[in-house]
Design a protein around this ligand. Structure first.
Ligand code: ADP
Ligand code: MG
Length: 253
């Protein structure tokens, strides 16, 4: 679905991403995990054409991103960011119905889709449709953002620290809900986070990024078992701390 082939990105000669290769299969959730500045957002934005590679190739559904008409590409890819970006003077229903309206669905079809989407993110239409973003909690606003991203049934979802601004408990609930939605929608997701617990909870595979390079990639289980680099070991220490002493020793060995 998404393929990076030896992709690099330089800003004024400074590398933000170096020789990055990755393939995400249909329905898979790949998490990009790394500290701030490690190149996660740059990588994500190459998929919807917001950032152009300096070298290498990014393919979406078998077609080079640069060969896609940008508007078609972006409408077929859901994009969720930490800041949510709801229009403050639009109701929840208007925000969620933004893309259906842009592609000129009739009002009946749009309304049904908005109802369906709000149900999907567990915000009952009767309670929420006419609220404004200022009348939502952080978690609710983020769920509206997810509903909006899914409006045109994208088969790819890009999520950039989507739950980063939520308190710990709300974040866990929202993660659980995302896992359910992901099951139902079979959408291929690239998910950026610097939260290790979140990466292990959400990811089918995890890519560990450091200073623009992929340090390691694997399933959560494989990464815990086989920590190839000092960096990964250090990063994952906080995950293994959650295990019993014996298990922890086994995994670190
Ligand atoms: P992350 O999302 O992991 O925090 P980014 O991909 O945003 O990292 O940034 C990676 C590096 O590229 C950082 O050093 C950042 O300062 C730099 N960078 C990102 N976008 C730009 C830009 N538009 N112009 C110049 N430098 C940038
Ligand atoms: Mg970022």
């Amino acid at each position: 679905m998404i393929r990076f082939d030896q992709v690099s990105k330089f800003y004024g000669g400074v590398p933000a991403l170096r020789d990055f290769s990755l393939e995400a299969e249909k329905g898979e959730t790949v998490v990009l995990l790394g500290l701030s500045g490690s190149g996660k957002t740059t990588t994500l934005r190459m998929v919807n054409g917001m950032v152009t590679p300096s070298s290498g190739q990014v393919m979406v559904r078998g077609r080079d991103v640069s060969a896609w008409p940008l508007i078609d590409l972006r409408r077929s890819i859901g994009y969720v960011i930490q800041e949510v970006g709801l229009f403050p003077h639009w109701t929840v229903a208007q925000n969620v119905g933004m893309l259906p309206k842009a592609v000129e669905w009739d009002s009946q079809k749009t309304r049904l889709r908005v109802e369906e989407l709000l149900e999907l993110v567990r915000l009952p239409y009767s309670d929420y449709a006419l609220r404004y973003p200022s009348e939502l909690s952080g978690g609710e606003a983020q769920r509206v953002g997810v509903a909006r991203a899914l409006a045109l049934k994208p088969d790819i979802l890009l999520m950039d620290e989507p739950f980063g601004a939520l308190d710990a408990i709300t974040r866990q609930h929202t993660q659980t809900q995302f896992l359910q939605i992901k099951e139902e929608q079979n959408v291929t997701t690239l998910f950026v986070t610097h939260d290790i617990q979140e990466a292990f909870r959400i990811g089918d595979r995890i890519v560990i990024m450091k200073e623009g390079s992929m340090v390691e990639m694997g399933t959560p289980e494989a990464l815990l078992k086989n920590q190839g680099s000092d960096y990964t070991r250090e990063l994952l220490a906080s995950v293994t701390l959650g295990l019993s002493g014996r298990e922890k020793e086994d995994r670190i060995r």
